[in-house]
Design a protein. Sequence first.
Length: 268
Amino acid sequence: MSGSISVDFVGHQFSETAEIVLADIKISVKAGELVSLIGRSGCGKSTLLHIISGLLAPASGCVRIDGKTVTKPSAKWNMMFQKASLFPWMTVQENVGLGLKFAGASKGQIAQKTDELLELVGLKDKAQDSSQSLSGGQQQRVALARSLATSPSVLLLDEPFSALDTFTRSALQQDVAAICKQKGITMVLVTHDIDEAVMMSDRVFVMDQNPGRIIDEIKVDIAWPRKHMSQNFQRIREDLLTAFKGTEKTESFRSLDGGRYTADSSAA
Ligand SMILES: Nc1ncnc2c1ncn2[C@@H]1O[C@H](COP(=O)(O)OP(=O)(O)O)[C@@H](O)[C@H]1O
Ligand SMILES: [Mg+2]
């Protein structure tokens, strides 16, 4: 199985005079493992994910995927963002098949793969619809199918569900985790939502800021599929809350947002 990630003492600052955004980040993720990076808004989660993806070069240290140093983005490790960013003038199917088209796949290959992926994400009947006509959750499902089209070994997710309503978000969390498990895809999820991290990960890395760094690592040994109300779920959630006690602005973190604990109630 491919998709192992090793982040080796990555440090970053955006210029020599700017603040240090990341310091000595060392993480290793096994192929097929689902991990989350959780921390307050501004602690450097997106910066770290961009470095892992090759979109941004680290000021120090390096990232290796399957033993090779990452120097640029690749279709083998795809990113998903908070916004689906679909092309509004294209159909759902055309949006999903775009990466394959760029990769030189034939029309037949594209049709077969996009059919399979739209079925997987539950949007088979929307294939010929305009992507503009979809709800936010459906658009993220299209973005997910698009990310899966090039058969990546790694999915890098930057708060992809944070703009969705609770029910839609919950369904997508379950589906994305199940798809990654089923296909053996390694997932790195950035989130500020503790429940989301517990719901979707084998392991959670807790980050603190100034400078952005990993301060704890919590194993989530709960069978799949997971239920919010289970004792194990609540136990791990408490462990994560305790890990966060050492981070800055603890009071604001303690707030409950719509029944969920969030690491930073002011974050999007
Ligand atoms: N392109 C950039 N140039 C300068 N500073 C940046 C840039 N991107 C992010 N930062 C700064 O780096 C820090 C971490 O940002 P970010 O990685 O977006 O945090 P998070 O995703 O955890 O909210 C913040 O202080 C932010 O202002
Ligand atoms: Mg971010």
